[in-house]
Design a protein around this ligand. Structure first.
Ligand code: FE2
Length: 449
């Protein structure tokens, strides 16, 4: 709105955000797909405009501080999108606790990209669980998945009561048509789909492959910045929530629900994506990883990788996240007299990595786009021989790490392999050998390097 003014002040018009989205992390958004569909000044009027039903979706207990909830104004209340449930089986989507007796998760593991299947696969049938951690029933821990999707869900909808989903595409473009609006994502972007939100996944450009972190615990939040202060890393303005979008479509449809690790299906007569207007702070988001502003060493040594945390899902113990989502992207390396790749380490946290594109600096070979690795609780790892020799002998000057984007799902809980990860996925038998040729250099001679 540009009201007439006489003061000489020039008002901004509109927003810089691409059409269809609203900027800001955890804002109290308001949006309506039809004029005056959103009640003004109150949540629950005696009668809603257009004959809509008012309904609240809560993502936290009511008295959480701050509470996270969204008021929806919809064609039918959700009880009309929920009939009797029948148990169904999605054999490749596993939930913790899931510890196969004949597999060991003690070891350093790495996988080539999981190839696409000849079989048409949707978001539900194409989900392949790689690891699980914690316990879905007590809402702690996580699962990591690869998705292979070639087909859109047709008159089919889904929600997970178990988890929030962090989606990291590696190939292809997907559309999440959700109750609260539409999110389109492609590689180098991520989407966060909250617990309980109903959606349908469509293929915009396939085949699609990517990674999913299924968070059973407390919601993802922006990490504390400590002495870094207010700027850099993931800036709140770069997270985008969708504007309201609805469909009034009466066709036989199915809604699948993930609940305590089980899958249930219910048959309904219409699309549940019927929210005409909403306001609140419990919403799906997308974020472009190219907006992540890394902070690092500018003289010598380098900080812990926590400096690259995009999002964190806290556990009950401060400093020991249920999940950290960490990004290793393009950046300048300038530290003097420093071994610049990640150092050798072992860690109480369990680290699952995926490569989105390019080459990762600690592993020049073998960790390719679409591939994954797992370094579980207290298992040693670090640069391979090639990376060690190169970094130890390089003439150090400003050096751009270019064309690289990998990530880590790190959790305080041990991650257990699924049968798929251990037996069907392309596990590299020789990964452990990447450290085989590291040689003893010590012979007692002082000053030797
Ligand atoms: Fe590590």
């Amino acid at each position: 709105m540009n009201a007439p003014h006489t003061s000489g002040l020039v008002q901004a018009k509109g927003t810089l955000t691409e059409p269809g989205y609203m900027p800001g992390w955890a804002n109290d958004f308001e949006t309506e797909a039809l004029p005056d569909a959103l009640p003004r000044g109150m949540n629950s009027p005696q009668k809603c405009n257009y004959g809509l039903y008012g309904e609240q979706l809560s993502g936290t207990a009511f008295t959480a501080n701050p509470p996270e909830r969204t008021w929806c104004y919809r064609i039918r209340p959700s009880v009309k999108h929920s009939a009797r449930y029948a148990r169904i089986d999605l054999p490749y989507w596993k939930s913790a606790p899931h510890i196969p007796e004949d597999l060991t998760s003690l070891g350093q593991y790495r996988w080539d990209p999981v190839p696409h299947s000849d079989e048409p696969l949707t978001w539900l049938t194409g989900m392949r669980t790689m690891t699980t951690a914690g316990d879905v029933n007590t809402q702690v821990g996580m699962a990591s998945h690869i998705y292979l999707v070639t087909e859109s869900m047709k008159d089919a909808y889904f929600f997970s009561a178990d988890s929030e989903l962090l989606v990291v595409p590696q190939e292809g473009r997907l559309r999440f048509a959700t109750e609260l609006g539409i999110i389109d994502i492609e590689p180098k972007e991520i989407a966060i789909i909250p617990r309980g939100l109903v959606y349908r996944v469509e293929v915009l450009d396939g085949p699609c492959r990517g990674f999913v972190c299924e968070n059973y615990g407390q919601k993802f939040e922006l990490p504390g910045r400590g002495p870094i202060g207010a700027n850099c890393m993931a800036n709140p303005r770069d997270f985008k929530a969708p504007v309201a979008a609805f469909e009034d479509r009466e066709v036989p449809s199915t809604l699948t629900v993930k609940w305590c690790g089980q899958f249930h299906e219910t048959k309904i007569g219409q699309s549940p994506l019927d929210v005409v207007a909403w306001h609140g702070n419990y919403a799906p988001y997308k974020y472009d990883l190219r907006n992540y502003c890394p902070v690092g060493a500018i003289l010598f040594d380098h900080p812990d990788p926590s400096i690259f945390t995009v999002l964190t899902a806290p556990s009950g113990v401060p400093g020991t996240a249920n999940i950290d989502f960490v990004l290793f992207r393009e950046r300048w390396m300038v530290a003097e007299n420093t071994f610049r790749p990640p150092w050798y380490h072992k860690n109480i946290m369990s680290e699952l990595m995926g490569n989105i594109y390019g080459q990762y600096d600690a592993k020049p070979q073998g960790f390719v786009p679409g591939g994954m690795s797992l370094h579980n609780m207290m298992l040693p790892h670090g640069p391979d021989r090639e990376a060690f020799e190169k970094a130890s002998n390089a003439n150090l000057g400003p050096d751009k790490l270019d064309r690289t984007m990998s990530f880590m799902f790190e959790t305080r809980f041990p991650q257990h392999l699924t049968e798929f990860a251990g037996k069907e996925a392309p596990l590299q038998d020789d990964y452990i050998d990447c450290w085989e040729s590291l040689e003893k250099k010590f012979d007692g001679t002082p000053g030797k390097k």
